[in-house]
Design a protein around this ligand. Sequence first.
Ligand code: ADP
Length: 248
Amino acid sequence: MGDDFIVETKNLTKEFKGFVAVSDVNLRVRRHTIHALIGPNGAGKTTCFNLITKFLQPSRGQILLNGRDITKTEPAAIARLGMVRSFQISAVFGHLTALENVRVALQRKQGNSMHFWQSDRSLDSLNERAEQLLADVGMLEYRDTAAGELSYGRKRALEIATTLALEPEMLLLDEPMAGMGSEDVARTAQLIRRVSASRTVLMVEHNLSVVADLSDTITVLKLGKVLAEGPYGEISQNPEVIEAYMGH
Ligand code: ADP
């Protein structure tokens, strides 16, 4: 039935003016797992991500989300279908507090803005929900701190809280640990693990020890093709993977 897989790609291919960046990729992301895409620079990871989230239109192939063909779906509709990509830091409003940032995301999810006739009670419940989301990402103590003043790692945690406000079934994280110090990396790893208990996470990540530690399944890409797929213990023994990716 394929019910086990939240996302499947079938012969997913992207050409840029004749250059094949992603070539016949068949990816299957199992529900409620952490799945990592790794590979050397230029392997096609970002392009794959952009295809799956519909930022890019594939040249060939198919993308299924919960068994439904989304190959031709508009990017704006993807979040409504339960798949949300972590936004870059720039999506966090620096002059708003952490709490306000999450509240904005919650209001966006509700599809309304702050109306003057909104009752105190609905505002209270919005604040409660926002606080809960901040607590979920370990950020409650920063609720009144302007996002612009947060450390890099904490901004990323806040960013994850704002994406969780959209109640996604699946979260796509683009290099969640990039630019982080070891303390932030450890905290973010913990957060991703917590988030994945009730959701599916697909991430591109360069930090191999993080990938090894967190991922249930790893897909190794090389020159646009899938070189290997499996748990870390398996792919790390694969001679082709060692040569292509880890052998230096
Ligand atoms: P990765 O994320 O694994 O480093 P990318 O998906 O960014 O790899 O890129 C894969 C290949 O596709 C690279 O050779 C890159 O130069 C090429 N590429 C990516 N985007 C474009 C584009 N818009 N136009 C032309 N070539 C591109």
